[in-house]
Design a protein around this ligand. Structure first.
Ligand code: HEM
Length: 414
């Protein structure tokens, strides 16, 4: 570990604490600016380094010296870690693996998430599903006046899409699946309290038991779907492939849909503009991914002595690449604190980079685009009925509650 002078750690401690506790986007943007001003590598009290610059984050994500906190790393450095079933489960996903384990676990997932497979699924399933959910929400608004879009659309959608992609049994309790996955990923949050870790552990155990039951059932009664195929061809890893897809795909996509809805309800005229200029949709989604990246922190450890931001670092140094801060780097993004729905596309880090680049990128974007178009068509004119509620914690964004009021402009012909 790099020996950082205690004075340097002490002087950064207050700033690191503010960054860990910030959930308000403006407050977070301010702490990103302060972190950048404090230097390219900001020491934390737990002897890691925060990396706020875009190019340095990209280097951490793409340079093979930087490895995940994998099971074998934890066996050496985190005694007792196997007592946490959520961490054990998440270490079976490619997100926490390095080659060769990573390559083997990633392959079957990549096989079902090709652009072609996702393209077919989008037209046949994603668009009708999203349209149906948004229309049902509009009906509910008519009846009830105000309703929470996160609970009604943003969270159920990614689970429903994955359930259809894989061929999950129709009686699967999708709301339960969503909740358990939201609880599970809290194990990855840097500042999770012990109660959240206990909930994450219980969720991992319950989810794996649920996936085992589904797979056993498909072994007995195979059907023409991915679940049956994995049940037969991936006897050991199928449960972890399911764990990967739902834990990586549901909380992140739900967060993106909520951020898109927040932008559409709080920026006057935006929904109307998107309706008139459908080509704007893609850029708008990209700008929301920049502005409010669902995954804000990626953690890695140096396998060997290396250099980052002009400083030499020893093997074993842990760094947190701050994707949220990198997306506000003024050296890469002009006026980074201004939201511009038609900002020219630039390579974001929201979906990672390099070896671990997001396998669900096409699927997430397909859901986002379908959601924005349905929102602009069915819900333009909708307004926030109360301030959104956000979960605290530096690693993931999550709008937990987005109450929308009934003043919607419904035009079936549009
Ligand atoms: C807006 C939605 C999404 C965001 C922001 C997002 C973000 C990310 C990021 C940042 C990484 C890289 C993490 C790292 O380098 O450690 C990643 C990897 C991954 N994502 Fe996503 N993701 C999203 C949606 C999805 C969906 C829908 C799926 C699948 C259904 C998915 C599956 C994966 C998988 C399997 C990996 C691991 C790839 C690897 O380690 O090789 N993601 N995602």
């Amino acid at each position: 570990m790099l020996t950082i002078p205690p004075r340097e750690v002490r002087s950064a401690a207050g700033l690191v604490r503010r960054w860990r506790q910030a959930s308000d986007p403006q407050e977070l943007a301010d702490t990103y600016g302060e972190l950048r001003a404090a230097g390219p590598l900001v020491p934390t009290p737990w002897r890691a380094l925060l990396v706020p610059g875009y190019e340095d984050c990209r280097q951490v994500l793409t340079d093979r010296t930087w490895r995940t906190l994998s099971a074998s790393w934890r066996d050496q450095h985190r005694p007792g870690w196997r007592e946490s079933s959520s961490t054990v489960g998440l270490c079976e996903t490619p997100l926490q693996q390095d080659p060769p384990e990573h390559t083997a676990r990633r392959r079957p997932l990549a096989g079902i998430l090709t652009p072609r497979a996702v393209g077919q699924l989008t037209e046949a399933r994603v668009e009708p599903l999203v349209d149906g959910q948004v229309r049902a929400f509009v009906d509910r608004l008519r009846r009830e006046g105000t309703a929470d879009l996160v609970a009604a659309v943003c969270r159920p959608t990614p689970t429903a899409v994955l359930a259809r992609l894989l061929g999950l049994p129709p009686d699967t309790d999708q709301a339960w699946l969503t909740d358990q996955n939201l609880a599970l990923v809290q194990a990855e949050e840097l500042a999770s309290p012990p109660s959240a870790i206990r909930r994450a552990d219980a969720a991992a155990t319950a989810l794996l038991a649920c996936y085992d039951r589904m797979l056993a059932d498909r072994r007995r009664h195979p059907a023409d779907d991915i679940l049956s195929h994995w049940a037969a061809s991936e006897p050991v890893s199928a449960r972890y492939l399911l764990l990967t897809l739902f834990s990586a795909g549901v909380p992140t996509t739900a967060a993106l849909l909520a951020s898109l809805a927040l932008a559409l309800t709080t920026r006057p005229g935006l929904a109307e503009r998107i309706l008139l200029e459908p080509d704007l949709t893609d850029r708008f989604v990209t700008e929301v991914l920049r502005w409010d990246a669902p995954v804000r922190v990626v953690t890695r450890v140096a396998a060997d002595e290396t250099e980052l931001a002009g400083r030499s670092l020893p093997a074993g140094q842990i760094v947190h690449a701050l994707i949220g801060a990198a997306h506000r780097d003024p050296e890469v993004f002009t006026d980074p604190h201004t939201f511009r729905p038609n900002r020219p596309p630039r390579r974001l880090l929201a979906l990672g980079s390099g070896l671990h680049y997001c396998l669900g990128a096409h699927l997430a974007r397909a859901q986002a685009v379908a959601f924005v178009r349905a929102f602009a068509r069915e819900l333009r004119g909708a307004r926030l009925a109360a301030a959104p509620r956000r979960q605290t914690g530096p690693s993931f964004i999550d709008i937990t509650h987005l109450p929308i009021s009934a003043s919607v402009h419904h035009s079936p012909a549009a």
